[in-house]
Structures are given as C-alpha cells and as structure tokens.
Design a protein around this ligand. Structure first.
Ligand SMILES: Cc1cc2nc3c(=O)[nH]c(=O)nc-3n(C[C@H](O)[C@H](O)[C@H](O)COP(=O)(O)OP(=O)(O)OC[C@H]3O[C@@H](n4cnc5c(N)ncnc54)[C@H](O)[C@@H]3O)c2cc1C
Length: 410
C-alpha cells in the first residue's frame, strides 16, 4: 500500500486515507493512467469493483492501432504486446459475392497489433501491482465521489473483506470506470452535454474456440445482415452477426450461428469457415455517446466513461488509451511540477480524436449495414461508397488513414 492510513475517529465514520490521485476502474484506461503515475512516483490508488481474475479474463477488444502501441512502448508498457501480438495490415470486404482485399498498411504505412484486451489488462496489472508495488483494491463496492468541485475531493467505497466504509482523500479523481461506472453520473446536471447516437441495430458478439478462417479481418455486407470475422489468437476467433437490437442470445444456437456466418461471409474463392464451440455469445445494442467536456472540477473522465464507440471500427480501446496517455502525462505535470496546462486542455485534446473516430464509425456503419437496411436508397449509397474505396486511389488512401488511425505522439 502506498497511502498513509490514519486512525478511524469512530466506528461509524469511514476510515480515511490520503493519496494524490484516485483512479476509479482498472480497465485499459485506468491501468495506463496508474502506470504512468507510478513511473513518475506520483502517489495513487486504483479502485476496481471486479476481482483481478475477472478483469484478466474479460474478453472484449483486440485491435490496437500502431500509434497506441508505440506510445505504450515509450512508457515501457508494451513488452508482452510486442512479443506476442500478431500484426495485421490488410482486411477483406465481401459484398455481392465478391472479395475485395484492402491493403491499408501499405497505403497508410501503419498496422494493427492484434492483442486480446485481457492480455493487455494482465500485463498492465502485473506491471503496476507486482513489478512496481502499486496500490490497487479489487472487489470494492458502492464507490462514491465527493467534493469534486472542491480542492479536497474524496472517493469512498465499501471494503469487500471488512464490510467497512473507507474514504480516500485526494487532489484529483481519474474516472476510468467504463460505460456503466459511477464517475460520469457524478457530473452535475447542466455541466456537460451527452451526445448520443443509436444505430437501431444489434450485433451478436461471438467468440469461437476455432482458429481464424482468414489471414485478415473479413467484413461481409449482406442483405440478411452484416457479419465479420476477426482473429484473436491462433485458437480463438471473434465473429459478429448483425441482429435486432435487444435480441436474446438464446435465439442463436450453434447451428444457426454457423449457418448465418457461412451465408453472410460467402464469396467466390473464400476459404470455408472453421467452426468451433462458441465461448461467448452476447448482443450489443449498437450506440455511441460522447460526454463534453470530459472534466469537471477535480474529476477527469477517460475511456468508455467519457465516450463509447460501438465496435464497428474497433476504436474503443484505442480511444481509451489515447485519453489515458494524455491524462496520465497531464496528471504527472500537475502533481510533480505544478503545471496544470495539460489538465486544463485535456478534454479538448481528447475530444478532437474522439469526434474524428465517431464520424468514421458512423460512416463505416452505413457501408456495413446499408445492404441489410431494407431501404434501397441506403443500400445503393453503401455500395457506391464501397466501389469508390476499392476503385479510387485517393479515396482508398483517405479511408486507410481513418481505418488505422492517424499518428499522434501522446
Ligand atoms: C464485444 C466488444 C468488442 C470490442 N472490440 C473492440 C476492438 O476490437 N477494438 C477496440 O479498440 N475496442 C473494442 N471494444 C471496446 C473496448 O473494449 C472498450 O472501449 C475498452 O474496454 C474501454 O476501456 P476503459 O478502460 O475505458 O473501460 P473498461 O475496459 O470498461 O474498464 C472499466 C473498469 O472499471 C470497472 N468499474 C466499473 N464500475 C466501477 C466502479 N463503480 N468503481 C470501480 N470500478 C468500476 C470495470 O469493472 C472495469 O474493469 C470492444 C468492446 C466490446 C464490448
């Protein structure tokens, strides 16, 4: 533990501790912020509602953009990733029974690193807690933020072992508790706007115990619905199937899943899909939101707590890391050098990338879902966009840059 405990004044009052920064949430965003603080010897505590075993196994994202990998590498946080990640630089789009390869790596000069999110989280926890002795408290309950508009904010929670309320006084709170956390709700009404976009569709997110059936990501635009194939590891593949929003995963037994995937991803000369046991099956109602501004008083939101991007363009984890890199550096400048310029500019700097990625996700969504929209106008527009990307070098170059994410140096 890095924080000093002071005696409890009375059994009813919470025990108080003090640190510089409380990081709420141990996902990619929170753990990256915490590691940056720890490396700069800035005292911090990470609070996480789940257990360590749970977060180290929760399957989610897998595609990291090259700028994010290099930014993690510069901070000594990419050793496992660089050793084990597969590198992807092409995808294939299937529509009208045709296959179209898209060499975005060649066009944009940058690649994706395929590294399942649980592996990244495992590496980041190990680095923070085991290698550098960082303070992380798992399984905490009923987290509450207090006084974020004062100079002495605090975060309280119930300790899972003692059942006692604990309170940590701090200078700043990093709200990295994802889409369903409490930090976003702590923003006072009227301070921030929440811009939300619902796509009106669902995606059945599947993980199959099966090797990939292509050497790259495959997208299939089909009148029956969109489908996608993405490698996660040599043994596990992620698939997506468009479905009605709110659909019950129970409506998708093994046989139905594989026959829809075969139909929607069919194209001349395509390799047959290798089937396997479905180890994850859940429906995502596709929507995006953006909280603007992302900071209020001493609270700074990062990652999915501040903005959600439906997994259409695989941007969520990359945005979470972008925030965390900016916020981590800004907190170090503030805590170690008294320079608060980075914190002041944090929200605006983050949101520039967030909105670029949101725009691209929305554009790509029309391309992916036009064919199955039931609207011949949308279907025609989607095909026109695809033909342009695959037929015009200028359109292809612009698309490639958006798909792999523009280089930055956070
Ligand atoms: C099926 C799926 C596929 C995806 N695929 C991709 C992809 O290919 N590429 C990509 O870039 N992104 C993808 N994403 C998005 C990506 O997973 C998220 O954007 C990313 O996890 C965001 O990281 P985060 O740290 O902001 O939030 P999270 O990873 O959600 O972490 C937040 C943490 O806070 C904890 N928490 C919650 N409430 C509290 C509380 N009250 N107190 C303390 N802790 C709390 C949670 O348990 C969690 O550990 C995908 C998402 C899903 C669901």
């Amino acid at each position: 533990m890095t924080s000093d405990a002071t005696p409890t004044p009375s059994p009813a009052a919470p025990a108080t501790h003090r640190t510089r920064v409380v990081v709420v949430g141990a996902g990619p965003a929170g753990l990256t912020v915490a590691n940056i603080l720890r490396a700069a010897s800035v005292d911090c505590v990470v609070l996480e509602t789940e257990s360590r075993a749970f977060i180290e196994q929760r399957p989610r994202a897998g595609f990291l953009e090259e700028w994010a990998v290099h930014a993690l590498e510069r901070r000594g946080l990419a050793d496992g990733l660089l050793e084990r990640a597969q590198v992807h630089h092409e995808f294939e789009f299937r529509f009208a029974g045709e296959r179209h390869r898209f060499p975005y790596g060649e066009l944009a000069g940058r690649r994706h690193f395929v590294y399942p999110q649980p592996l990244l989280v495992t590496d980041l926890v190990r680095r923070y807690a085991d290698d550098t002795g960082g303070d992380i408290r798992f399984g905490v309950r009923d987290v509450e933020l207090h006084g974020i508009d004062t100079e002495r904010p605090s975060v309280s929670y119930t300790d899972p072992d003692t059942g006692r309320r604990e309170r940590i006084d701090c200078d700043t709170v990093a709200g990295c508790d994802g889409a369903r956390g409490v930090c976003r709700e702590s923003l006072p009404q009227g301070h921030s706007t929440i811009a939300r976009h619902d796509y009106g569709i669902g995606w059945l997110a599947l993980l199959a115990e099966a090797p990939p059936s292509s050497d790259c990501v495959v997208f299939g635009a089909h009148p029956r619905g969109f489908a996608a194939h993405m490698a996660r590891s040599p043994q596990v593949t992620r698939y997506y199937l468009e479905c009605p929003p709110g659909d019950d995963p129970g409506n998708w037994p093994h046989e139905r899943v594989w026959s829809e995937l075969r139909l929607r991803l069919a194209a001349d000369g395509a390799m047959p899909l290798t089937e396997g046991r479905l180890i994850e099956k859940r429906v995502l109602d596709m929507h995006n939101y953006v909280v603007e501004p992302m900071s209020y008083g001493r609270l700074h939101l990062a990652g999915d707590a501040a903005h959600l991007a439906a997994p259409i363009a695989a941007k969520g984890m990359n945005l979470a890391l972008h925030d965390a890199l900016l916020l981590g550096d800004a907190l170090v400048a503030h805590c170690a050098r008294g320079d608060s310029g980075g914190l002041r500019d944090y929200s605006a700097a983050s949101l520039r990338r967030v909105w670029q990625y949101q725009e691209f996700s929305q554009w790509l969504s029309e391309v992916m879902h036009g064919a199955s929209s039931g609207d011949p106008f949308r279907a025609g527009v989607a095909t026109a966009r695809l033909r342009r990307v695959f037929g015009s070098p200028a359109a292809a170059a612009a698309f490639a840059e958006l798909y792999i994410g523009k280089d930055i140096d956070p």
